[in-house]
Design a protein around this ligand. Structure first.
Ligand SMILES: *[C@@H]1O[C@H](CO)[C@@H](O)[C@H](O)[C@H]1NC(C)=O
Ligand SMILES: *[C@@H]1O[C@H](CO)[C@@H](O)[C@H](O)[C@H]1NC(C)=O
Ligand SMILES: *[C@@H]1O[C@H](CO)[C@@H](O)[C@H](O)[C@H]1NC(C)=O
Length: 380
């Protein structure tokens, strides 16, 4: 998240390169300055599985103190509440179709999961293999703000929603909950019809009620939601006439209900798609065919490296967060419906960040190949 927030102060960059079994290699470069700040406390981080099958959430901590576990089995319908420190920075993703042995390693081969795998380990020490839908958090930054987003920058595997938990904090309780809880439903598994109304009979949905309803995307159909992933970026394109000879970008070919999608950056690793080198900067990097498609399906998700303005949620610190996999319903359109300023709740990273200037830059480069791991920490 948040390239635009990086300053000459603390820059924490994580760069990871994954060479996959397929032709894909992903590079995602994120920079986020970290304000030196007292790190303690306990922020609830709850993870729920509303998918129709067991998933294995993975958690990677980039700063602060992470939760007691970095990967676990979560059966359908279950949830688990963890806690992280008040200045935690990290990400959460879902792993699908995993198989571990008693030692918490891949039962066979080097991969344990069909998506989101972290080196075959139950307890993740590295980021999930692309493509994965990410919930990203940077807590307790400038002016005591929490930043979070749903990111499709590294691709998409399963639907995900983030619910801000007020946690008894009146300042957070006073926020309109319909501006704090984004959801991205990019597969048809539990997609609801366009007239989706979760608030009948006084019911609640993703922490909101009918008196302050979430705005939902209402144009995409089952067809467009199952076909948004560009043909060349599907992890498992269906076999079709011409397969193996020509790409076959025919929208009428039936795609699988579960259709993970690489981002163009994750698959092709070009400067333009990954906002690197001469494309590295606000106004230098633009939406591409993948991010445009991703944004049309998940309007509140972050779709390429300089998409911050339209995708980072900011709330005052003091609450907690719930990550819900396969929330059902439909993607939210909070930013489009309420304006991009509505999701920052008066907060802004820009002004206060200029005050931070301790001249320390950390670069964490994490390169991961199958069977080979390189971890490098450079401090200047
Ligand atoms: C978590 O589990 C509890 C107990 O089963 C349930 O009451 C609650 O609704 C669940 N929360 C979510 C977000 O799934
Ligand atoms: C898991 O594997 C089964 C059987 O191969 C498949 O039907 C299912 O779609 C997979 N689910 C996910 C989420 O990968
Ligand atoms: C929350 O809203 C109530 C009612 O409008 C108000 O009295 C209270 O001061 C607000 N609290 C905060 C912390 O803003």
């Amino acid at each position: 998240m948040a390239r635009k927030y990086s300053t000459e102060s603390w820059t924490f960059g994580i760069l990871f390169v994954s060479f996959l079994f397929g032709p894909a290699a992903g590079v995602h470069h994120m920079s986020m300055k970290l304000e030196p700040r007292q790190d303690g406390g306990s922020v609830p981080l709850s993870i729920a599985n509303w998918c129709s099958e067991t998933i294995y959430p993975g958690i990677l901590t980039q700063a602060g103190t992470g939760p007691s576990t970095t990967g676990f089995e979560l059966e359908k319908g279950n949830n688990k509440t963890l806690s992280v420190s008040s200045s935690w920075q990290g990400r959460v993703w879902g792993r699908t179709n995993c198989s571990f042995n008693d030692q918490g390693q891949a039962s066979t081969g080097v991969k344990a999961c069909s998506t989101g795998d972290c080196g075959g380990a139950l307890q993740c020490k590295i980021a999930g293999e692309v493509p994965v839908t990410l919930a990203e958090f940077t807590l307790n930054q400038a002016a005591s703000q929490d930043f979070y987003d749903i990111s499709l920058v590294d691709g998409y595997n399963i639907p995900l929603a983030i619910v801000m938990l007020a946690n008894g904090n009146s300042r957070l309780q006073n926020l309109s909950q319909s501006t704090t809880n984004p959801s991205c439903v990019g597969s048809i598994g539990n997609l609801s019809p366009t007239n989706f109304d979760p608030y009948k009979n006084g019911q609640q949905f993703l922490g909101t009620s009918g008196s302050d309803p979430l705005p939902f995307e209402n144009k995409n159909s089952q067809f467009t939601v199952s076909n948004w992933c560009p043909w060349d970026l599907q992890v498992s394109p269906p076999t079709a006439p011409g397969d193996g000879v020509y790409p076959y970008p025919d929208g009428n070919v039936q795609r699988p209900a579960f259709d993970p999608c690489y981002s163009a950056c994750a698959k092709y690793n070009t400067d333009a798609y990954c906002c690197k080198n001469s494309y590295d900067g606000v106004g230098k990097c633009h939406s591409n065919y993948y991010s445009t498609a991703a944004k049309s399906i998940c309007p509140d998700a972050y779709s390429f490296a300089y998409d911050d303005q339209d995708s980072t949620f900011i709330v005052p610190t003091g609450g907690g967060f719930e990550i819900i996999f396969c929330p059902g319903g439909r993607s939210t359109t909070i930013i489009k419906s309420k304006g991009s300023s509505a999701i920052s709740h008066g907060g802004s990273p820009s002004g206060s960040l200029q005050l931070l200037n301790d001249g320390i830059t950390y670069t964490l480069a994490l390169s991961c190949t199958v069977g080979f791991l390189l971890w490098e920490l450079l401090a200047f």
